[in-house]
Design a protein around this ligand. Structure first.
Ligand code: SAM
Length: 304
């Protein structure tokens, strides 16, 4: 490992999600929910994971935190569907907030006219770009916009990068809200609202319920085994990765933050809802007590 790689500390969780996409990609085409041929480029130890195969990795994951793999993969697929459906018709811009190593822009068949903006911390973007192949599909439609949500203006940077306020836009903030302060999330939603003043917009945001801290048993779902121990393991994992979870929300708080900015919630789902949609049809439905309700996946809309 190069020294610069070993001291690089900002992409631990981005790698963690890419690792689950890599594991899912190892399943047979008939069984997998998503396909991410780029994921292996970003994951340290990818060859070992590939050698161990899909079934072993999923089995191991089930031992550590049951439903964790499926939770992340259902989130990816849920967004794949949303982005494909919305951009096939009206929506001409797609802004991926906290994109990490998400390669949706490359791996989905998206319309050639779609403008895509990827937003993340500059170091994470630099590593991503250094690992992507020159021939990655759709690269010409992507603009990278380095922004730190904590202290930089999202709207100004996007406008400087060519964001068009008159185009209908899909914004996604996937697996990010728990890593940033509530102030940073609120100002990001406000900036999204400013950017979408003149056109229809869809905003996807995932969040972790405040029950995660207060009552893991109620958070994860009825019968989920050793919920408190698993919550501690997840907390420990994110701290170890150098990106601790700092923000948790009530449904009311989240809805208020969106409605104050002109967004109405269209859907608020968890793995419990997506299990039957995605895993059951390929014979991989999880049992009731494995349905880890770790994050809520929210689709909100602002219509002009
Ligand atoms: C768990 S990863 C999720 C990545 C991607 N959305 C996915 O689902 O694969 C969290 C991402 O949020 C980004 N992030 C965390 N704090 C941030 C901040 N203050 N400003 C910008 N991006 C941030 C990280 O760099 C990382 O890429």
């Amino acid at each position: 490992m190069a020294v610069s790689e070993s001291i690089f500390r900002k992409d631990g969780t981005a790698q963690g999600v890419a690792k689950q996409r890599l594991i899912e990609t190892l399943a047979t085409p008939e069984e997998r929910i998503i396909n991410d041929p780029y994921a292996q480029r970003f994951v340290l130890g990818a060859s070992f994971i590939q050698f161990m195969g899909h079934k072993f990795n999923v089995w191991l994951g089930q031992k550590l935190v049951p439903g964790f793999h499926e939770h992340l993969i259902s989130r990816t697929r849920y967004l794949d569907d949303l982005v494909q459906e919305s951009t096939a018709s009206e929506y001409g811009q797609y802004v991926i907030l906290g994109a990490g190593y998400d390669c949706r822009a490359h791996r989905l068949e998206l319309p050639s006219w779609l403008r895509i903006f990827e937003v993340d911390q500059s170091e994470v973007q630099a590593r991503k770009r250094s690992k992507l192949p020159a021939e990655a599909s759709n690269s010409e439609n992507i603009t990278y916009v380095p922004v730190d949500f904590t202290d930089q203006s999202l709207s100004q940077r996007l406008l400087d990068a060519g964001f068009d306020k008159s185009r209908s836009t899909v914004f996604t903030l996937e697996g990010v809200s728990q890593y940033i302060t509530k102030e940073a999330l609120n100002s990001t939603i406000k900036e999204v609202a400013t950017l979408s003043q003149n056109a229809n917009a869809i905003l996807f945001v995932s969040y972790v319920s405040e029950l995660f801290k207060k009552n893991p048993v109620a958070c994860f779902g009825r019968g989920y085994p050793n919920a408190e121990k698993r919550a501690k393991l997840i907390t420990y994992g994110s701290e170890k990765a150098g990106e601790p979870w700092v923000s948790f929300y009530s449904a009311y708080e989240f809805e208020s933050a969106l409605s104050q900015n002109g967004y109405t919630i269209d859907e608020n789902v968890t793995l419990k809802d997506l299990n039957s949609r995605y895993f059951a049809p390929v014979g991989r439905a999880l049992a009731e007590n494995q349905l880890l309700q770790l994050e809520h996946f929210v689709i909100a809309k602002s219509q002009k």
